[in-house]
Design a protein around this ligand. Structure first.
Ligand code: GRF
Length: 205
């Protein structure tokens, strides 16, 4: 089963998935990291993918006349790899309902907050501002509602009194690197599915 990963920048979650896939020999389970696609051609993660022998595609969204035109080209590129699963890993473009529904149940995202708290941007600042004592990350199926799809897994980290947003973000990111590969594997193997807005264990495997 092919997995296609979409990134926009640093790509540390992609790297964590790559590391785990190798360490756990996902290929033996029939899972393959088939391609990395970025809407920013200079994304650091693309080079990392190339070094790892994974097809890496840069598609500058600014080169397309509209969001829809970009998404159409993106979907065509994704479909070349016939993915069972599409993984958004720091992919910073909002996807339209049309795009999302085409891949419903087969797209995951990671969001740096404990959803349904703090959808959107600046999550670490907002958690500190709200006086939260815990914070974390959420892996969820992507639905038409931004950061609103069925929750697959969450990692919790403490908020320390000395934290600024950067310190909290760094702690959060470390937990993402453990959480995301685990969730990707479970979904790719068909062990977790989305049903009526919630993720549940599948009884088919
Ligand atoms: C992560 O914080 C993730 O939660 C958010 O974007 C960031 C991506 O980081 N969606 P990286 O590109 O994986 O290093």
């Amino acid at each position: 089963k092919n997995i296609v990963i979409l990134i926009s920048g640093r790509g540390s979650n992609f790297e964590a998935i790559l590391r785990t896939a190798r360490a756990e020999n996902w290929e033996a389970e029939g899972l393959r990291l088939a391609a990395v696609i970025s809407n920013r051609p200079d994304a650091a993660g693309l080079n990392r993918a190339r070094e790892a022998g994974i097809p890496a595609v840069g598609m500058d969204h600014k080169a397309y006349p509209s969001r829809e035109a970009f998404e159409e080209a993106l979907a065509a590129e994704i479909d070349k790899f016939e993915p069972a699963l599409i993984v958004l890993a720091g992919f910073m473009r909002v996807l339209t309902e049309g795009f999302v529904s085409k891949y419903e149940g087969r797209i995951l995202n990671i969001h740096p907050a404990l959803l349904p708290l703090f959808p959107g941007l600046h999550t670490h600042e907002r958690a500190i501002e709200a006086g939260c004592r815990v914070h974390g990350a959420t892996v969820h199926f992507v639905s038409a509602v931004l950061d609103g799809g069925a929750i697959i897994g969450q990692a919790v980290v403490p908020v320390l009194p000395t934290d600024d947003a950067d310190a909290l973000a760094a702690r959060c990111l470390r937990s993402e690197h453990i959480l995301y590969p685990r969730c990707v594997r479970e979904v790719a193997l068909g062990r977790v599915v989305a049903e009526e807005g919630k993720a549940r264990m599948s009884d088919e495997t």
